[in-house]
Design a protein around this ligand. Structure first.
Ligand code: MG
Length: 368
């Protein structure tokens, strides 16, 4: 029999337009929301330039607990917030009232089978279910995964492509972060790095985002970057150019990390002969469980591991941060790049990721 609290929350859900799956069992309610995040600085990489980023939130509620997840749909992979909204029927078929959400591996597996593509949506779903399970068990996500919260790595702070003047300003604003990630991949690379080096001696990592188009250009740039104190380079060549990486790696001394080529678990063995490490993003692989698969596979193949992110709020970044004790490098700064984050979760102290200790993701609404 439904208790009064469930009845009231069910009525509130109907009033709010949430799909209520059933009145007979404890109802599972969910909705997909679109959220526009405002960037502090216009964000430019080799791929695009923008002042905002649209993400989706997946809100899930069952019984006294609710969970939230976030994903950033990527147009390159045919994803959009609109398409995610249209999949409520498919999601409801899996998240029905008979589904035992505590068996979250099975449930997430069913969602992956049922919904082709839409990795950002699947990531939002997977994160929300983990958040919910953590709250039901009253444990933070890192504990649910058996991880040491003190073993988080430093996160880099990313500097998007800009004029030398603005680049210098951004580097100064990033004073609190001990390691910077500099976006390159255009004709302006030398000017960008010169601008960075004119104001800081910090360790640098560089992300070319597939921007260099030939193996010789990549070799030349990487060797120049090494002399500027760059520790490693992400995705120097377009994702499909694998064989060329053999040529590049024989002629450079710093590690090269795959990113745009590293989307799903099955990509890892294909990349292993050509890269020193792999970057992984929840939005691209489809969530926490797939990311765990990628991390373990990469480690088994002797690759360095890195967790990256899209421009996102603290929901997605905190989810990834809970996994970060497993990886060598973190680039989890998407929430630091925006000005209207609705939540507080993971924080950064002297570059180190500090995990919240509350149950699930451990998020709190940001005070206005
Ligand atoms: Mg990258």
């Amino acid at each position: 029999m439904m208790d009064r609290r469930n009845l009231l929350s069910g009525l509130a859900a109907v009033a709010a337009g949430w799909p209520v799956r059933s009145w007979a069992a404890t109802p599972t309610r969910f909705r997909v929301e679109s959220q526009r995040l405002a960037l502090r600085h216009t964000w430019t990489t080799t791929m695009s330039s923008s002042t905002h980023r649209d993400v989706i939130y997946f809100l899930l509620s069952r019984g006294a607990h609710s969970g939230i997840g976030e994903g950033a749909p990527i147009a390159r992979y045919g994803e959009s917030a609109d398409q995610a909204q249209k999949l409520s029927g498919e999601i409801g078929a899996v998240l029905n009232d008979g589904a035992d959400l505590m068996q979250y591996r099975k449930i997430v597996g069913q969602l992956h089978q049922r919904i082709p593509g839409q990795w950002a949506l699947k990531s939002a779903l997977d994160i929300a279910i983990h958040d919910w399970v953590g709250q039901v068990l009253d444990v933070p996500l890192y504990k649910l995964l058996g991880l040491d919260p003190l073993a988080t790595p430093l996160t880099t702070f990313s500097i998007g492509i800009d004029t030398p003047e603005v680049t210098r300003q951004k580097v100064k604003e990033a004073e609190a972060y001990p390691v910077l990630k500099i976006k390159v991949g255009l004709k302006t690379d030398e000017a960008t790095i010169d601008a960075v080096r004119s104001v800081t001696k910090k360790p640098l990592r560089v992300d070319a985002n597939e921007g260099w188009k030939s193996k010789d250009e990549a070799v030349e740039k990487i060797n120049w970057l090494e002399k500027q104190g760059v520790a490693f380079v992400e995705q120097p060549l377009p994702a499909h150019m694998l064989e060329e990486m053999n040529y590049v790696r024989k002629r450079v001394h710093i590690p090269v990390i795959a990113d745009e080529a590293s989307l799903h678990p099955a990509d890892i063995p294909k990349l292993a002969p050509y890269f020193d490490g792999v970057n992984m993003k929840l939005d691209k692989c489809g969530g926490i469980l797939e990311a765990l698969r990628m991390i373990e596979m990469a480690k088994a193949l002797g690759l360095k591991t890195m967790l990256g992110c899209m421009v996102s709020s603290s929901v997605a970044i905190t989810a990834a941060a809970h996994l970060s004790p497993l990886v060598d490098y973190a680039d989890l700064d998407g929430n630091l790049l925006i000005s209207n984050d609705p939540y507080v979760g993971v924080t950064v102290e002297a570059g180190k990721l500090i995990l919240p200790s509350g149950p699930g993701l451990g998020l709190k609404p940001r005070a206005a």
